[in-house]
Design a protein around this ligand. Structure first.
Ligand code: MLC
Length: 391
């Protein structure tokens, strides 16, 4: 049939590539060694001395130096309901994130588009992910409007995917780019911890861990196959993508929108779950490509959910310390920004290009518990395609 005859021609020839990366953070920066003082002051909770000592212990062990936040002391003072756990505050939080999330997302996207160098009119697909905003129309439409994307752009919105969201978006973008010749997919992930900021409480230790580790940020990437020789410089080829759910771990990372904001509870077991399951997840992803180990031959872009998670990955796979350097650097400079964090890690890896060549693994963990794995090939401008993976 004529209608079906062009399917092959509609598909791209080559694998999808990451063509540009952009990141953005809000201006308010808080040093981790001052965070407990800051947090107990702004929440008017100085009397909870044991909890403050606990937060100080966690901050000290977090391997984080500083984090960025959209909310400031002044903003919180103007919204006492956000600090008072007994008052409903979801409306106030969503009113703020309705503009703040698209603006931060658009800042990261603008930086990616500037690096890419082509007109915004050439963007054919937009994929956006967040759990910090929930409106209709969604953040995708607001970002498209700020950036002035073409009205024909095909938008997709992913909500409440936790820390694996950017990896999920990349997996989706790979399929979009490879199945639509000349598609150029802009993907953007933005999170603001204002949606979950809470005062400390003795009965809720999970509040302490999220306040100690999470920060605000946005990451954006442009993905497309068959790069235009004259205009585009691929950074990474996306060789293969997979997702695996670790059985019976639904409790590992859970979240729910409540009257007083988004309640996010990473379980104490997260680091142990990673330690026990990571090698099997990797073997499942890499065996079809003929790879059976030799983890130190690869570069690593791992979501730094927490210092203990990186420590356990290193131990489970017997990785040399420099393999986690980019993930540890991002954790130290920004904290765990949920989904966007792994985009910052990839950005850091391409900056350290000399240390990260050949094949590598991008990994992120999210609610499920799911492990998203993508095999990447770092491109260099002299030879764009890895002969091992080109037909
Ligand atoms: C928090 C840590 C830096 C603490 O370092 P250590 O484990 O070396 O130190 P430690 O065992 O002495 O713990 C210090 C204090 O932290 C507390 N603590 C540890 N894990 C906790 C948790 N999940 N919830 C609440 N408290 C926790 C301990 O009880 C202890 O309190 P006390 O001192 O009172 O005894 C580390 O455990 C870590 O990196 N954990 C991983 C955090 C995590 O799950 N991140 C994923 C977020 S979710 C994500 O990224 C993906 C997603 O969306 O799903």
């Amino acid at each position: 049939m004529v209608l079906l005859g062009n399917r092959q021609a509609e598909r791209a020839d080559g694998p999808a590539c990451i063509l540009a990366i952009g990141t953005a953070n809000p201006a308010n920066c808080v040093r981790q060694d001052e965070y407990a003082d800051y947090y107990f002051r702004v929440t008017k909770s100085e009397h909870l001395t044991e909890l403050k000592a606990k937060l100080n212990r966690i901050c000290h062990k977090s391997a984080i130096k500083k984090r960025y936040f959209h909310h400031t002391e002044e903003l919180l003072q103007g919204h006492p309901e956000i600090i008072n756990r007994t008052l409903p505050s979801l409306n106030a939080r969503l009113d703020i994130t309705a503009t703040a999330v698209p603006e931060l997302a658009a800042a990261a996207a603008t930086s990616a588009i500037a690096e890419w160098g082509r007109p915004v009119a050439d963007i054919t697909h937009l994929v956006v992910s967040t759990y910090s905003a929930a409106h209709m129309p969604g953040v995708d439409h607001r970002v498209a409007s700020i950036l002035g994307l073409d009205p024909s752009v095909r938008t997709t919105m992913l909500y409440v995917k936790g820390c694996s969201s950017a990896s999920t978006m990349l997996r989706v973008a790979k399929d979009m780019a490879e199945n639509n010749r000349r598609a150029r997919v802009l993907l953007v992930c933005a999170e603001l911890t204002l949606i979950m900021f809470r005062a400390p409480h003795e009965d809720h230790v999970e509040t302490t861990i999220t306040q100690a580790l999470l920060g605000d940020g946005a990451g954006a990437m442009i993905v497309g196959a068959d790069p235009e020789d004259s205009e585009e410089r691929p950074l990474f080829e996306m060789v293969a993508a997979s997702q695996r759910t670790i059985p019976e771990t639904t409790h590992g990372a859970v979240g729910q929108f409540m009257e007083d904001g988004f309640l996010f509870c990473p379980s104490f077991e997260m680091p142990a779950l990673i330690l026990e399951n990571i090698e099997q997840c990797l073997l499942d992803a890499l065996r079809p490509l003929g790879f059976n180990g030799g983890w130190n031959e690869l570069f690593w872009a791992v979501h730094p959910g927490g210092r203990a998670i990186l420590d356990n990955m290193e131990e489970a796979l017997q990785l040399e310390p420099e393999k986690m350097a980019a993930s540890r650097y991002v954790l130290s400079e920004y904290g765990n920004m949920s989904g966007p964090t792994v985009i910052f890690v990839l950005d850091e890896i391409r900056r350290r290009h000399d240390e990260h060549q050949g094949l590598g693994v991008m990994m992120a963990f999210g609610p499920g518990v799911v492990v998203e794995t993508m095999i990447l090939h770092a491109c260099n401008t002299a030879s764009r395609t890895n002969p091992a993976y080109s037909e």
